[in-house]
Design a protein around this ligand. Structure first.
Ligand code: 3PG
Length: 212
């Protein structure tokens, strides 16, 4: 599967921040039970690599990726932990080289026209648009579609159930990313039923995906 295929799995890619790897299996199962097929585990907690490992075991039919991949070392660690794809808030030359060598789906992050052009030049046509709301939101994505119609985006940052449908209606948006599917308090309370219910609602947003 390529990066575009990952985006086509679900209309929402949950951005997952977990501090306790002991929660990973139940959390992944709760999201997948709600119809979500792609999971982005951010490398922002010391538990992240263990979370990726445990999620891979718990939900073999879903795609488990690493988010907030900032450099080559983190990319290699994530791959070793079993990450099936990677997501970054940006892109550096060294990261692009490392990622291409691995031939594993990767979404670099862009926030401007020139960044999108540089990512395209580096061989990436499926991108994270981050931070979506702060960088110009739907209006910027709409403007990017004119000069760069072949690029596809997963906008992330400030997206929630309320504004996700507006993003998903754009022709260059395949899915959106967001942390709202895994609220901290639901995680702390191990409220898997709530997370499954939110995932179920998210998995039919936009009407562009198979689950819809
Ligand atoms: C990310 O890492 O993609 C963002 O921090 C997620 O943004 P959100 O919390 O606004 O969804």
């Amino acid at each position: 599967m390529d990066a575009l295929g990952i985006l086509h799995l679900s209309p929402v890619m949950p951005v997952i921040v977990v501090h306790d790897a002991g929660l990973a299996a139940d959390l992944a199962a709760a999201l997948v039970a709600g119809g979500i097929r792609s999971l982005e585990v951010t490398l922002r907690t010391p538990a992240a690599l263990a979370v990726i490992r445990r999620m891979r075991d718990a939900v073999p039919d879903a795609w488990v990726g690493a988010g907030t991949v900032l450099d080559r070392t983190q990319w290699e660690q994530a791959r070793d932990a079993g990450a099936q794809f990677g997501v970054s808030p940006g892109l550096t030359q060294d990261l692009a080289t490392a990622v291409r060598a691995a031939s594993v789906p990767f979404l670099p992050g862009v926030a401007t026209v020139s960044e999108a052009m540089r990512a395209r030049e580096a061989g990436f046509s499926t991108l994270k648009f981050f931070p979506a709301e702060a960088a110009g939101g739907r209006a910027l994505l709409k403007s990017l579609h004119g000069p760069l119609p072949e690029l596809r985006f997963c906008p992330t940052g400030g997206i929630h159930a309320g504004n996700a449908p507006d993003y998903l209606a754009l022709p260059n948006v395949v899915c959106v990313g967001g942390s709202w599917l895994v609220p901290e308090e639901a995680l702390a309370a191990r409220d898997w039923a709530r997370i499954t219910a939110m995932a179920r609602a998210a998995s039919v947003l936009g009407g562009k995906h198979a689950a819809a």
